[in-house]
Ligand binder design. Structure first.
Ligand code: AMP
Length: 109
């Protein structure tokens, strides 16, 4: 079943889109937990990390490279976090694979 992120891909609901290409889409998290909080998602409907197969290596690599480019474009030159929640026990709420880009916080001392 399609998730809310599929509706964002299809422009059925709005989002603050910061990047798009043939394989992925990136938009700002609606409830940001960091000054910069962007979600990078594959356009292919993959529910979670646990559903990846060998054919998805290119897509996942593409999303990660896109995330790094977005981080640079957002000015996160001192570093950032990439987080992927997987499954119920991993705290995943939206069943469409997504990579959280989070940055802009003061580093822990
Ligand atoms: P996760 O817990 O890893 O599944 O993260 C889901 C994320 O999606 C959360 O950080 C939500 O704030 C975010 N989110 C849910 N709905 C939307 C939406 N319509 N637009 C942007 N971000 C959303």
């Amino acid at each position: 079943m399609s998730s809310i992120f599929k509706k964002i891909i299809d422009r059925e609901i709005p989002a603050d889109i910061v990047y798009e290409d043939d394989l992925c889409l990136a938009f700002r998290d609606i409830n940001p937990k960091a000054p910069v909080h962007v979600l990078v998602i594959p356009k292919k409907e993959i529910p979670s990390l646990a559903d990846l197969n060998d054919d998805d290596e290119t897509i996942v690599g593409h999303c990660v490279v896109a995330l790094a480019k977005i981080a640079a474009a957002e000015g996160l030159h001192d570093g950032y976090n990439m987080i992927v929640n997987c499954g119920e026990a991993g705290g995943q709420e939206v069943p469409h694979l997504h990579f959280h880009l989070m940055g802009g916080r003061q580093p822990k001392s």
